[in-house]
Design a protein around this ligand. Sequence first.
Ligand code: HEC
Ligand code: HEC
Ligand code: HEC
Ligand code: HEC
Ligand code: HEC
Length: 459
Amino acid sequence: MKSPGILITIIFFTGLMWASLAAAEPSGPGDFTSGQFSKSGICSNCHGSSFGEWDGSMHSNANSDFFYHAMLQQYGIAAQEQGLSPEFCSRCHTPIGVVSAEIPPLDGSGLSEVSKEGVQCDFCHVIATSEGIGNAPYVLEPGDVKWGRNMSGAKSPSHEIKTNEFYNESAYCGTCHNIYHPVNNLTLAATYTEWEEGPYAKEGVTCQACHMTPGIVEFEENPGKAASSGPEREHVYTHYFVGGNAFVTEVMGEGRHEKKAVEYLQRAASLEVKAPDSAEPKENVEVEVKITNTGAGHKIPTGVTEEREMWLELIVEDAKGKELYHSGALDEKGEIDPEATIYQTVFADSRGNPTVKVWEAETVLSDNRIGPKESVVEKHSFLMPENASSPISTRAVLHYRSASQEHIDELFGNGTYNVPVIDMATYPEKEEESSTPGFGTIGALIALSMGSVYRRLKD
Ligand code: HEC
Ligand code: HEC
Ligand code: HEC
Ligand code: HEC
Ligand code: HEC
């Protein structure tokens, strides 16, 4: 008599489990209304520090980013012509707008205030799980329950708390930090995969360790309060979410985040140079520069690497300061010396032509970026001129910018925005420069001459 009851019970619970598994589908357009999400200002009442850190980040600007909008507009036209999903980009950049069916239209005219906040508090803290990595298959449960890592004994007067190890894992970030083409599945960005296949995943150093603590290249404790009415804690995760974007942050007046982006870039790489001190006239002088990704948990650059540019500038001078060799300089239009190697990804469209319109991408033409803890060696050589004198000196600078000046000029008109060039690493190192007489002045001269290039662009 007992066993059929148990059987029915088992079937019942299996059915329940199955139902709840089947229900865990990625949240889709119209599943919710934007009124089910709280504006970040509400959380700020008790979580002022987290709010202050997040406010001005690229997450807070994910929807309002003018560079994104220029590309989104182009995507919108293509999507209409080719029948692509209109909300594809917005799933990551304006997630509440998508799940509350305020998008399309893509111009943002249908967006509520909370949707305009981009990747914000109450979106991130109601992610119950994700149905995989990339293209944003998040499963949302908006409401009274806020999800977080397992902070011991956390209690809030304003909301319930549910803990989930997922918040401590890189896979949480991987939800959006891998991008695949919506039709042909080509990998368009793979920050998560680069991390997963690299040494940091094995060491257990997550995205959060570097991007949500003051450590930049490793976990570092950040003691304080997670909420104004809560207890002092040994560690509270920060919410700056800084990467390498010193361009859009600068234009949008987000000075704190811009400054931090420069710090991140300057912790990411190092340079070693092998160059002779002297050379005979007509001798072939060889210079080797080793670039190492010392601090980023993924390739450098990562993310939208069809836009990002990293390259080396190399200058060799003789005893009198006469330039013997110079590679990687910017021309008066702000374009990089065509002889220089630019570290980035180049996609090709169906005709095999390079394109930065990722929705047109069908293949990868080239990808020479540098993996975590990996190095590349650049070899340069030139003939020592007859009238040059030894000793010779070599300087190298690893530069980064968020996009080519050409593409930004094409999108916004010549001279509208200067894309700042950030020095990630220099040889000799900055400290050495000041102790070696002469180099300081040379550095200042470069800064001056580059400054004049920027000024000319601005005119
Ligand atoms: C009235 C004050 C108050 C408001 C408003 C508030 N919280 Fe909290 N929250 C708290 C307190 C208190 C804690 C517990 C802090 C502790 O124990 O260190 C907390 C904890 C949390 C945690 C940590 C959970 C964990 O264990 O990791 C998250 C996440 C969180 N809140 C998100 C939010 C979000 C998102 C909002 C806005 C929608 C919000 N909170 C609004 C008071 C508040
Ligand atoms: C991109 C998603 C994201 C956004 C946006 C975000 N958070 Fe978080 N937050 C997290 C993650 C992930 C953690 C836990 C980090 C970990 O465990 O490694 C966290 C942790 C917290 C905590 C607990 C502190 C701790 O040490 O775990 C609080 C409180 C919190 N967030 C509140 C906020 C508030 C308030 C906002 C908006 C101002 C916000 N969060 C925006 C992802 C986010
Ligand atoms: C809902 C999707 C989503 C999730 C989840 C998410 N991000 Fe992001 N993230 C974005 C988008 C979109 C941008 C870019 C916004 C822009 O540049 O317009 C971004 C930007 C960033 C940047 C700034 C990059 C730069 O160039 O400066 C960092 C750093 C970052 N995210 C880290 C994280 C980390 C760490 C996590 C996990 C705790 C995470 N993100 C989770 C969507 C997401
Ligand atoms: C060991 C520390 C470390 C880890 C782990 C790490 N990052 Fe980074 N990340 C950095 C540094 C340093 C930079 C700045 C250099 C750069 O832009 O590549 C950076 C840059 C970025 C950028 C901006 C890239 C660009 O050039 O536009 C994004 C986006 C990002 N990280 C996301 C992530 C995500 C997502 C993860 C986890 C899958 C992660 N990071 C893991 C250190 C780390
Ligand atoms: C799966 C999530 C996802 C999707 C889908 C997505 N993006 Fe992004 N987007 C990101 C992340 C994450 C970053 C930041 C990476 C970095 O900093 O390099 C980003 C950055 C950008 C940037 C650089 C912004 C800046 O400030 O430098 C542009 C432009 C952009 N996306 C346009 C688009 C367009 C157009 C689409 C649709 C065709 C799209 N994105 C679809 C996640 C996504």
